[in-house]
Design a protein around this ligand. Structure first.
Ligand SMILES: [Zn+2]
Ligand SMILES: [Zn+2]
Length: 679
């Protein structure tokens, strides 16, 4: 028997690496190596961890060491660059290494019997035989697209590229043709290559997946996102990890996948907020992707019609190369004309103005599709009593209970509390309770009344709860079985609706006056995205010209002027100048300390102690404040924002600070976020 001490990263809240003893016959089992997965006892459970070091000694006494239960030797060890990526993320976001490295690993690797794992590996191994990167049915690119694809494919070493293309300019074609060139070149050299393509939403992966599979019939394609069943997830993960899968499509979590032959990273719609994880390890998949590309010395493409200001800033300063696609890819398809409807002049009845109704009618007559966009689900955001002023507040949150009429429920969108709709006012007994404001359900109801013959479909989180129902809904739009589509941001992204010539945008004004300094950047991106769903095909003979109608009370607002002009450049220039003056990101680096407690006071007291516990030269420490939505599910929340003009100075401070924070005695739960986006 030989004995080794293995240092193993485990997914626990404790920020250290655990020592375990491995006893076995090396002549039979082989020497354990760093990067292998090990199964170990932890408390009463058996969990999987990553071996980060193999040695002969431990600081712990022998009798405290537990034995490793098994090593997954049939799986290749995770590579040193992958472990380095996890270490970087752990250091940068100040979280335990195991919390970064482990959650992305399939659960089945822990629970599955070795024989079942061997069978899975054998199945993937067979698929390897058909590897052939020759593409099928290539689209002919326009000159801008071709140049962009060639430039990306020819890039050597670390090459960050912003692919700045208007909606419908064919960015996906550019990614795919760059991928073809890279895969073919690697095949000639008999070197394996992998391409990672990230998309913002799960509901976009099947669409992209189908076109990628059709394009690369001889290449194994893997998908990595949270919607996969465990068995599938393990197969795809193993195929990526063992290098058989050459194209990997995924959502943000795929950035931490093991990809030993990675040669190109693509981040589609790189500005999208969903690339930021909003709980636990609050990482930015885009930022990690750039780091990973630099580490591996490979090109990375950030694609967007409305880049994040951080990305735009890098492109303007020359750190990223900018490749532009200024026109729509399909011949004669033009960007839709954007018009504002002044709601003070054209007063809406039931949320829809007469101008918009007339435009919808025209599309119905011509057999074309329309999309109404309203980023608020439910029937009405609140119900109230006129007699006494009662409103449907959530008893557990600083928010309203939203009326969901078809389900006969009031629902809190923050804590998921559900109640039956009261028959009368809980305070005064008045039976005449009124819905206030409008959500997608109410607009759907109005449309059914206005256009009783039309086929109307609502797509939002409520209508697509069942697995696969979102895809089925989008498919019916693509098949032309829908005349008017109404939806939330779910319908805004990526979808290529060929027969859609009208987009109506209801009530976008609230974001104009938000306290969040990123609100206008996001609103602009969202409006451009949803506007971009119109007119993606060439105008038909006798068809209507594509247009976007925005209902607003503030037609003079400069943001709308930029949307009308499809003018991201000037809008971004103005926003960046504002940010520079106000010393906001990307001109300053931020971290946010959050605290939660039953009583707001405990959270604030903790943050006050935190702000005073160590010296902080070069760091701006703001006052602790309650969060805008203070209470969620009976927990009060407060925050402390810290800033620095220097990223290294901020990082150095955080390392020392977090150690000091652990020594503060408090009942509050706290967490630290680096580069917060929701403040
Ligand atoms: Zn009342
Ligand atoms: Zn609630």
């Amino acid at each position: 028997m030989d004995c080794r001490i293995l240092k193993i990263a485990l997914d626990t809240p404790l920020d250290f690496i655990f020592d375990y003893r491995w006893q076995g016959d090396i002549s039979i089992l082989g020497e354990p190596v760093a990067g292998q997965l090990a199964i170990v006892p932890f408390g009463r459970r058996e969990i999987v961890g990553v071996i980060v070091e193999v040695g002969n000694s431990s600081d712990l006494p022998q009798d405290k060491l537990k034995d490793v239960l098994g090593i997954r030797a049939q799986i290749a060890p995770l590579s040193a660059p992958w472990v380095a990526l996890c270490r970087f993320a752990a250091d940068y976001y100040h979280r335990p290494l195991g919390e970064v490295a482990i959650p992305g690993l399939p659960k089945n690797l822990r629970t599955l019997k070795s024989t079942a794992l061997d069978r899975a590996l054998k199945k993937i191994g067979k698929d390897l035989a058909v590897h052939d990167a020759t593409p099928a049915g290539m689209t002919v690119l326009n000159a801008d697209q071709q140049q962009a694809a060639d430039t990306i494919a020819a890039a050597e070493g670390f090459a960050p590229v912003l692919l700045y293309g208007v909606t419908g300019s064919g960015k996906t074609e550019v990614y795919l043709q760059a991928a073809v060139q890279i895969l073919m070149r690697s095949a000639q050299k008999e070197e394996p290559a992998q391409i990672l393509i990230l998309v913002p939403e799960i509901n976009l992966t099947p669409q992209l997946e189908n076109s990628v599979r059709a394009r690369f019939p001889g290449v194994m394609v893997a998908t990595l996102h949270s919607g996969l069943a465990e068995g599938e997830r393990m197969m795809h993960w193993l195929a990526a990890h063992h290098g058989q899968a050459r194209i990997i499509l995924g959502t943000r979590l795929a950035i931490l996948a093991s990809l030993p032959h990675l040669k190109l990273i693509v981040i589609d719609e790189e500005h999208d907020p969903s690339y930021k994880q909003q709980e636990g390890l609050r990482y930015s998949a885009r930022d990690l992707a750039v780091w990973r590309a630099r580490q591996l010395a490979i090109p990375i493409v950030l694609g967007s019609a409305t880049p994040a200001l951080e990305t735009w800033h890098h492109a303007q300063s020359g750190r990223y190369r900018k490749l532009a696609l200024p026109a729509r890819a399909i011949k004669d398809a033009v960007l839709p004309k954007v018009r504002l409807i002044d709601m003070e002049r054209d007063k809406p009845a039931d949320g829809i103005t007469s101008t918009l109704i007339a435009a919808l009618k025209l599309r119905l007559e011509k057999g074309e599709q329309s999309l109404l966009f309203l980023n608020r689900r439910g029937y009405a955001p609140v119900i109230n009593c006129d007699a006494c002023g009662w409103v449907s507040n959530c008893t557990r949150c600083t928010s309203f209970m939203v009326l969901h009429k078809p389900e006969h429920r009031l629902r809190c969108h923050h804590c998921s509390l559900e109640l039956r709709i009261p028959k009368s006012c809980p305070t005064c007994g008045n039976v005449d309770l009124q819905p206030l404001g409008r959500g997608t359900q109410r607009i759907e109801e109005n449309l059914q009344r206005l256009f009783s013959q039309a086929r109307i479909l609502r797509i939002d989180a409520d209508s697509t709860r069942r697995k696969g129902s979102a895809q089925a809904a989008f498919d019916s739009v693509h098949r032309g079985e829908v005349d008017i589509l109404i939806g939330t941001q779910m319908v805004a992204k990526g979808h290529d609706f060929k027969n859609l010539t009208l987009v109506g945008i209801l009530n976008p004004d609230t974001a104009l006056f938000s306290h969040d300094y990123r609100a206008s950047e996001r609103l602009f991106a969202q409006l451009m995205q949803v506007a971009g769903r119109a007119g993606r095909a060439a105008q038909k003979e006798n068809g209507s010209a594509s247009e976007v109608l925005i209902q607003t009370r503030y037609p003079q607002h400069p943001l709308y002027a930029a949307v009308i002009g499809h003018d991201y450049d000037s809008f971004a220039a103005v926003l960046l100048e504002e940010r520079r003056h106000a010393a906001l990101p990307p001109f300053v680096y931020q971290a946010l300390l959050r605290a939660e407690a039953k009583e707001l006071q405990s959270a604030l007291e903790f943050l006050q102690l935190a702000s005073e516990c160590i010296e902080h030269p070069g760091i701006t420490m703001n006052d602790p404040i309650p969060m805008t939505m203070t209470r969620v599910a009976n927990v009060d929340r407060a925050q402390l924002l810290i800033e620095s003009a220097s990223r290294p100075a901020l990082q150095a401070f955080l390392t020392v600070w977090i150690a000091a924070l652990r020594d503060i005695k408090t009942r509050a739960r706290w967490s630290l976020e680096v580069d917060p986006v929701d403040i």
